[in-house]
Design a protein around this ligand. Structure first.
Ligand code: HXC
Length: 517
């Protein structure tokens, strides 16, 4: 064998060693847990043959605790670029089979390199996390590594989309990188996220809690809202990431890809004329409305199990990617509260940052009253949504289906928050408050003087409702552009979006605003 041949064989051998990660035993252990390895995940995620690996020969340089004798292939992370549906993405996948995917100084450098390249190239970053946290032997160097990643997450925010898949443990400060990214996805049963694990919880609080109950996928998809998606399998997780990418642009200077639309743009839906119940206290399902309006009834929902009183997600209108925000009358009457406001605000800001128009479907009776809400700062959370809509410069089309009362009317993309085209169905009730509340405030004294105060108030309520619970008062002042027939809503939204295609609007020059956090 020539010297050159020997060198090539050595290269092949080195590559093979790195590709084997923690070795066959560790890989088998990973599989036994129902988990794939970092490389298997990347091969599912990226277009076949598109993965361009970087830095496979990087090694750690820690000498504490005999670490100088420990070889950690790729230093526990696989990084590089590839394509998904032909579009460039940068990826990193932590390899749990080596040192539990723990984060070291050099692993952080590898991750930071792909993040930097993603920023230069204007491409999304997808991180597949599966890690025991900071590599304990490395001490502050691991902490510094995390901080380097966080800083890049922050600088990339609003410039390139960032997606975090949580495919295993994600503990301690490690949770902050996913939290800083745009979308987080968790695996049911095999992934968890928490700042302090069950053992620390037991020591500090004396509380017994399992990892699943503390920070499993169900907790973060229903109670905390930390995660945007959960899936039962890794295959579905990968498919979800791909689907998500299909709705969003590569960076903040581009628009989301157009898709072919074979659903007639003027498809009228007679069922929509009947969907609002005669009784204003009766619910209907907003999903039915969304599916009736969007291309082929396809709606890609985000955070579907969290704050169900508001619905957010992506859909296409005539092939154009659009962010949909809709109150859900079927859940808590579609009321706005702390969680629903936060949920929608973050989504509105994502859409605005990445040039995705917003379609808002309104049926909101108001903000949820009570100490529970006030103590949890509903004022600030509601203000987040107000701020997000008011700041957004993307095309904003709003359709009020039924209720739109008081502060919640303003918050839900009203005209004066620079709403571009605001429509209402004939069933809309756009007013400062409901008839009963208004009569109670305006006529309390007079009612007390009546022989039948109840009947008097009912009469006043009916009077107020007749006068204000309709769309025509708002239309009279130009606060809505038109009252439209429900069956034509799809066409009207599509035509509005076409009109707004080249919208240009600015916010005053500033370093940044001060959103009420
Ligand atoms: C170094 C680690 C490690 C870590 C795991 N390993 N976590 N090595 N630093 N943080 C190693 C293990 O020693 C083991 O090595 C291998 O990875 C696999 O781990 P196991 O424990 O065998 O796996 P499993 O039973 O599945 O348990 C997984 C685990 C557990 C729940 C993640 O490993 C664990 O509790 N790890 C520590 C979690 C933690 O406290 N991390 C530090 C958080 S502090 P061998 O050689 O035996 O295969 C932090 C601060 C960051 O992250 C702050 C940033 C701002």
């Amino acid at each position: 064998m020539s010297i050159q041949q020997e060198k090539i064989s050595a290269l092949v051998e080195r590559r093979g060693k790195v590709r084997l990660g923690g070795g066959e035993k560790a890989i088998a252990k990973q599989h036994e847990k129902g988990k794939y390895t970092a490389r298997e995940r990347l091969s599912m995620l990226l277009d076949e043959g598109s993965f361009e690996e970087m830095d496979m020969f990087v090694e750690h340089r820690c000498t504490n605790f005999g670490m100088e004798k420990k070889y950690i292939p790729g230093d526990g992370v696989v990084t590089g670029s590839g394509t998904i549906d032909g579009r460039l993405v940068y990826v990193f996948a932590q390899d749990f089979t080596v040192t539990g995917g723990s984060l070291s100084e050099m692993m952080a450098k590898k991750i930071c390199k792909v993040m930097d390249m993603a920023m230069t190239m204007g491409a999304p970053v997808i991180g597949l996390n599966d890690s025991g946290g900071a590599r304990i032997q490395e001490g502050v160097n691991a902490l510094g590594g995390y901080a380097e990643i966080f800083e890049r997450n922050i600088l990339a925010s609003g410039v390139v989309p960032q997606i975090s898949g949580i495919f295993g443990p994600c503990a301690g400060g490690a949770v902050y990188s996913p939290a800083l990214t745009d979308f987080t996805l968790m695996m049911e049963g095999t992934s968890n996220m928490f700042l302090t694990g069950p053992k620390v919880v037991k020591t500090v609080l004396g509380e017994d809690v399992t990892a699943e109950d503390l920070g499993g996928a169900s907790v973060h998809s229903t109670k905390s809202g930390v995660t945007h998606f959960t899936t039962p399998t890794e295959e579905e997780a990968i498919a979800t990431i791909k689907k998500l990418l299909s709705y969003i642009p590569q960076n903040n200077m581009e628009e989301a890809p157009m898709t072919a639309c074979n659903d007639p743009i003027d498809r009228a839906d007679d069922a929509l004329n009947e969907i609002i119940p005669d009784n204003p206290n009766q619910a209907y399902d907003m999903y039915e409305v969304i599916r009736a309006l969007v291309d082929n009834g396809e709606f890609f929902e985000i955070q579907e199990n969290y704050a169900k009183n508001i619905i957010i997600g992506f859909a296409h209108f005539n092939g154009q990617s659009v962010g949909v925000v809709a109150n859900q009358p079927k859940f808590m009457a579609g009321v706005l509260d702390c969680n629903s406001s936060r949920k929608a605000a973050r989504f509105v800001r994502f859409c605005d940052a990445f040039n995705i128009p917003l379609v808002t479907l309104v049926d909101v009776p108001g903000f949820l009253p009570g100490t529970g809400q006030e103590y949890n700062a509903v004022i600030l959370h509601g203000a987040k949504l107000l701020y997000a809509y008011g700041e957004a410069t993307v095309p904003k089309v709003t359709v009020t289906l039924r209720k739109s009362y008081g502060g919640s009317h303003i918050v839900m993309s009203c005209k004066q928050l620079r709403g571009d085209l605001n429509y209402a169905w004939p069933s809309a009730e756009i007013a400062v408050m409901g008839g009963a509340g208004a009569a109670g405030v305006l006529y309390a004294k007079e009612a007390a003087e009546q022989t039948d105060p109840k009947a008097f108030l009912a009469e006043k309520e009916a009077e107020y409702t007749k006068l204000f619970a309709n769309p025509y008062v708002a239309a009279k002042y130009g606060y809505i552009e038109d009252v439209i027939e429900p069956r034509n809503t799809r066409f009207r939204i599509i035509r509005a979006l076409a009109q707004l295609r080249n919208k240009k609007q600015n916010v005053p020059a500033k370093k940044h605003g001060n959103i009420p956090l």
